[in-house]
Unconditional design. Sequence first.
Length: 108
Amino acid sequence: MDTILETVKHVAIFVLVFSIITNLFSGSSYHRYFRFVEGLMIIILVMTPLFAWFTSENFLDDCLDNNIFELENGFQQEELRMIGEEREELLKKGSQAGAGEEGYHETR
């Protein structure tokens, strides 16, 4: 959150300073070039924190850890689903076998 606040502050200060410079040279034929450079600089100011985040040492490790966690979690979910299905089948077979035995004892 601090990074976003700092970036917004830098962009605001840059826009104010560049507006003053642009107004000083408003009658110049270079006015459109000033606006172009201003746009490029704003893009660079906004993208700098993103590039810093992508190039951090822990970025690749964090991505790898997240992918491994999601993969393991997926395997565990699949295993739990299969165990649940096997349990349901065993309960059905047990209830069918129990019903058959009760019927056998009743006719006796």
